[in-house]
Design a protein around this ligand. Structure first.
Ligand code: F6R
Length: 267
């Protein structure tokens, strides 16, 4: 596939897009940016505040961060994390919880202070969720805001669990999951009927406030939704299009996820 980066070729793209030869190379580049941020903050005796995603997309990034910790002495003592979302209801010790995911992929293998980890709590009584979500937002602010937010993208165009219909200024809240999203999660839960119908998610407005936003997407499965997010009209129908409003966003793709972009799909 030709690598076209000429201004003419990319004129349909409404966000900066970086395309890597494969998921491996892209993941290592993202992990290195995170490591640089952590080290830079360490050198200045400051915390690094990371917004983290779950799902298949960031797994290789987390593996590389664990390797950098084990083999190259990267410390997470100054790292504070806020995860994007959690199913609701969800027990933290359930196998499908995002708490279990983050522990298995990252937190159990690095020297992060457990008090610095924040993941929406899927056990909050429903009547307390509104207040809980306000407090989640306040904690982000109290830590000086998110320095770097990692995102994946769902086939519905969701970021976090901000499904179609989400407002660009939405904050952390309880949401209903889209049917496509629940189908995509069915395998993890042993059937769609077992996938929770709701989740707690940071809002699009919450994500916007991050100083750097990196949306990653791999494989041809994501090509169509990536094209809509990058080149499409901004609309609540594809929540990721709202990222076009941000000056701080970058899409990091492998070649397969980029194939539907006009610069490649135009004979
Ligand atoms: C996960 C999240 C979701 C995923 C998206 C892509 O915390 O917020 O938006 O990033 O559903 O999932 P994968 O990476 O499994 O394709």
């Amino acid at each position: 596939m030709a690598r076209l980066n000429l201004p003419e070729a990319t004129r349909f793209e409404k966000v900066p897009v970086s395309i890597y030869v494969d998921q491996e190379t892209a993941s290592l580049a993202v992990a290195n940016r995170i490591a640089d941020l952590i080290r830079d903050r360490q050198a200045n005796d400051r915390q690094a505040v990371l917004g983290l995603a779950t799902g298949a997309t960031p797994i290789r990034v987390y593996e590389e961060l664990v390797r950098l910790h084990r083999e190259e002495g990267l410390s997470f003592r100054n790292v504070v994390t806020f995860n994007l979302d959690e199913y609701y209801p969800m027990q933290p010790d359930a196998a499908q919880s995002y708490v279990a995911f983050m522990n298995a992929k990252l937190f159990d293998h690095v020297d992060i202070d457990r008090d610095n980890i924040h993941i929406p709590d899927g056990t909050i009584p429903v009547e307390d969720i509104h207040e809980y979500c306000r407090t989640y937002e306040q904690k982000i602010v109290a830590h000086g805001g998110i320095d770097l937010q990692l995102l994946g993208i769902g086939r519905t165009g969701h970021i976090g669990f901000n499904e179609p219909g989400s407002a660009p200024d939405s904050e952390t809240r309880l949401v209903t999951l889209n049917d496509v999203t629940r189908s995509d999660a069915a395998r993890d839960f042993g059937g769609k009927e077992n996938v929770p119908t709701q989740a707690i998610t940071m809002g699009i407005g919450t994500i916007f406030k991050a100083r750097v936003i990196i949306l990653m997407a791999w494989s041809a499965k994501k090509a169509e939704i990536v094209k809509k997010a990058v080149e499409g009209e901004m609309s609540a129908e594809v929540p990721a299009t709202f990222l076009q409003l941000s000056d701080n966003v970058e899409f990091v793709l492998d070649q397969d996820a980029a194939t539907a972009l006009t610069r490649f799909d135009n004979p």
